[in-house]
Design a protein around this ligand. Structure first.
Ligand code: ADP
Ligand code: MG
Length: 395
């Protein structure tokens, strides 16, 4: 059964009806530009062929029910209860299971965003059944995929008429305020605006987005999922965000986007070593995104390997968000002939990517698997991805 069919089947099981439609949104792989999004900087992600599907139907009692093949039980509330549930910190309503806070948070944030437009709409109760083949917690942003599928479905069914960047912002707001994960806008923009065969060059300050053709002929992008799970809503991610804010304040700028590589000597004088290295990662990573876009345009994908490797070193040594499994994946892939490799996603687990000649995929995969075994790590999950289309109405 396809994932789309699984969403439709779950909807039928839930309601005894056929859905009004099915919408889907992809996960994303970030080619380069890590932790730069919440620093108002640059990122270069692309959408994965893995997608999350939402089969959705209107109901006439003003209630919203969400079910997922991922969860045991559906969750149901009255639509007008959502403002009591979210934002999470202020909500005094009943607790929402974490997974359900993603789609319910989107429904909440979409209503708020729409109310601000003053336009007419048709906001009614809905049943939502979700199925996904985006690996969860692997750094491929299953969270943006569930947000994007839900936001696209509700925007069409409720006739709220918001554009894709607005829907991306709604997904982010759900993730930040309903779930409580302080993530940036990259994942949602990639999931909403992805295109086949192209990466999305995104300025996270202006939300200007440009498709950059990847020209992957003869090349493969290998994903190495370490299967070490990360948790964005806690710990390291939050702490790194705070150091970036501190670094920007010390430099007297609104965000680290406004610090250039030339400003780094002054930054070193103004802050302690750890704070400086956090800043240096963001500043050099922003520059690497710009360099990667230019290299792709001028010389093609084969020429970006060194930039990927430099990005990984910066995350490992300066931002300190890598883990031994990710370093092993990157090292083994490069030793086996990958053109470039780096960890991707927020860090502390998740996946690495390797840019590999098509004919070398098997050899690189075998080398990575062997290196994991030799280090006593659980076997990684390896697969190739091709840049794919963003969120859309499927059926
Ligand atoms: P990532 O986005 O890297 O996969 P996150 O921690 O940001 O990891 O998001 C994963 C969470 O998103 C899951 O733990 C779950 O709560 C929610 N989620 C993702 N996909 C689904 C799904 N198909 N059904 C229900 N919840 C999902
Ligand atoms: Mg996520």
């Amino acid at each position: 059964m396809t994932t789309l069919d699984a969403a439709t089947a779950l909807f039928r099981e839930l309601t005894g009806r056929t859905p009004d439609g099915v919408w889907s949104a992809p996960g994303r792989v970030n080619l380069i530009g890590e932790h730069t999004d919440y620093n108002d900087g640059f990122v270069l992600p692309f959408a994965t062929p893995h997608r999350t599907y939402a089969a959705v139907g209107i109901r006439d009692d003003g209630r919203i029910r969400v079910a997922s093949t991922f969860a045991d039980e559906p969750v149901e509330f009255a639509l007008d209860e959502l403002p009591r549930l979210f934002p999470t910190a202020a909500g005094d309503g009943p607790a929402v299971p974490e997974w359900a806070a993603y789609p319910l948070g989107v429904a909440w944030a979409l209503q708020l965003a729409h109310a601000a437009t003053g336009e007419p709409a048709d906001i009614r109760g809905v049943d939502i059944a979700i199925s996904s083949d985006v690996p969860v917690g692997a750094g491929l942003s299953s969270s943006a995929a569930i947000e994007g599928a839900t936001a696209s479905a509700l925007n069409d069914l409720w006739r709220t008429g918001l554009d894709r960047p607005a829907l991306a912002s709604i997904g982010r707001r759900a993730e930040n305020e309903a779930v409580g994960a302080p993530t940036g806008i990259m994942d949602q923009m990639a999931s909403m605006l992805g295109e086949s065969d192209a990466a999305l060059f995104l300025d996270c300050r202006t939300l200007d987005a440009h498709a950059v053709p990847l020209g992957m002929t003869g090349l493969s992008l290998l994903v190495i999922d370490t299967r070490v799970s990360h948790a964005h809503s806690t710990g390291g991610y939050r702490e790194r965000r705070a150091s970036c804010e501190k670094g920007a304040a010390i430099m007297g700028v609104p965000a680290l986007r406004d610090v250039s590589v030339d400003d780094l000597p002054r930054a070193r004088e103004l802050m302690d070593d750890v704070a400086f290295r956090r800043v240096r990662h963001i500043v050099t990573e922003n520059q690497r995104v710009l360099d990667t876009v230019r290299t792709l345009r001028v010389s093609g994908a084969r020429a970006i390997g060194d930039l990927l490797v430099a990005s990984h070193a910066s995350m490992r040594d300066d931002f300190e968000i890598s883990i031994p499994e990710l370093d092993t994946a990157v090292g083994a892939a490069l030793d086996a002939g990958a053109l470039g490799a780096r960890m991707t996603g927020g860090g502390f687990g998740g996946a690495a990517i390797a840019l590999v000649e098509e004919g070398d995929v098997q050899a690189v995969s075998d080398a990575v698997t062997a290196a994991f075994a030799a280090s006593g790590f659980a076997a990684p999950h390896l697969f190739t991805v091709t840049p794919s289309a963003g969120a859309h109405h499927d059926a």
